[in-house]
Design a protein around this ligand. Structure first.
Ligand SMILES: C[S@@+](CC[C@H](N)C(=O)[O-])C[C@H]1O[C@@H](n2cnc3c(N)ncnc32)[C@H](O)[C@@H]1O
Length: 349
């Protein structure tokens, strides 16, 4: 907790949010494998970065983050952006936003009152998001400060949403226990000036970048992240689109991932062919043919090995963990795996 003037505020770290498939708990495992097997790396590209948790273990290197979702791009830019920022600006805004009571009607109250959030929290979310944009347009915030404040808002929403952590549905009649409170994200002021944060299809990005280590953590089942996190994406983009249905989702065409479809293997093959790296590290769990069909992995182990072996020599590392389906069954004996490919030199493959 910090204190600004007489006002106290709380702080948050990169992992203080819920996100499907985030690798926060696997960081010791990933650190160990990279430390033992990938000497002398200077640049790491985390091309399906999600929360950015994996990039957070590489802050002594040049980091390239990327994600198809704009909301993740914003969080990654907040944590790893090359631009500096003034922490006092963040504290002042957070303290002011938390004290605000007159928020009025806005896009959030009109569309989401008493769904995922109470009407008064919707009013506050809409007010804060609008104010961040206005301050940015007026030049009172730089791009990194804008991203850090949006990140603070998204994390605050995640803490109080009456969901199971994603926005496919809200729990009707569950009651709203907490009220919105922004925390100050403890983002490093002076990240490596060569860091880059991007927001595009990884298959396109790899055609343009090079890195010593490319970490690949695609979705592995049919669950689209833009469906699960439509509301965070909506607030991050702040284009105020119409929303539909009980879950109040916006139009998400153009945001869908090929990795959640029957085309996943083909997309993965094209991706690997275009990667330019010394090492490729892939996370992919072994849910194929287990659990409910929505949880089934889209790319088979056989295809993963065939595709990676075309690129270099492959080693597989396993760490046991507990896998849950959507809450019904608890499947034991699954392992989170890391596939490490030491790429052949260009011209040798
Ligand atoms: C398993 S999650 C990554 C989790 C991340 N490693 C973490 O620790 O938070 C997969 C991510 O890939 C993103 N994604 C899906 N398809 C993509 C694509 N074609 N290009 C870039 N990102 C994509 C999703 O938005 C999602 O955030």
């Amino acid at each position: 907790m910090g204190v600004a003037g007489a006002k106290a505020y709380k702080t948050s770290h990169i992992n203080n949010r819920r996100y499907l498939g985030n690798k926060y708990k696997l960081l010791p495992f990933i650190t160990r494998v990279v430390g033992d097997e990938c000497p002398g790396i200077g640049t790491v590209a985390d091309i399906f970065a999600g929360t950015g948790a994996v990039s957070s273990i590489f802050t002594d290197k040049v980091i390239i983050t990327n994600d198809l979702m704009y909301s993740n791009y914003i969080c990654n830019y907040a944590w790893f952006g090359a631009e500096t920022y003034d922490p006092q600006v963040i504290v002042d805004h957070v303290v002011r936003y938390n004290a605000e009571t007159e928020c009025g009607e806005n896009y959030m109250t009109r569309n989401f009152a008493d769904t995922y959030f109470s009407k008064s929290d919707c009013a506050k979310i809409g007010y804060i998001r609008e104010d961040i944009e206005k301050s940015y347009q007026e030049g009172a915030l730089n791009e990194r400060e804008r991203a850090i404040l949006i990140t603070s808002l998204l994390y605050a929403m995640d803490r109080i949403a009456v969901t199971c952590g994603h926005y496919d549905a809200y729990r009707k009649g569950a009651g709203f226990d907490g009220s919105l409170e922004l925390f100050v994200p403890l983002a490093k002021v002076d990240n490596n000036v060569e860091n880059r944060c991007l927001n595009e299809d990884a298959n396109e990005l790899v055609k343009r970048i090079e890195a010593d280590l490319v970490y690949i953590d695609p979705p592995y089942n049919s669950r689209q992240y833009c469906d699960a996190y439509h509301l965070l994406e909506n607030v991050a983009r702040w284009e105020k689109p119409p929303v539909f249905g009980v879950a109040k989702k916006m139009d998400r065409s153009g945001m869908k991932s090929k990795y959640c479809t029957a085309g996943a293997t083909q997309a993965f093959e094209a991706l690997i062919q275009d990667v330019k790296a010394k090492y490729i590290l892939l996370s992919y769990n072994n849910m194929a043919e287990k659990g409910d069909s929505r949880s089934n992995a889209k790319i088979s182990d056989g295809d993963i090995m065939r595709i990676l072996r075309g690129k270099g020599t492959v080693k597989v590392f396993e760490e046991n963990y507990k896998a849950f389906t959507t809450g019904k069954s608890d499947i034991e004996g699954n392992a989170e795996r890391l596939f490490l490919c030491r790429c052949y030199d260009e011209g040798q493959s």
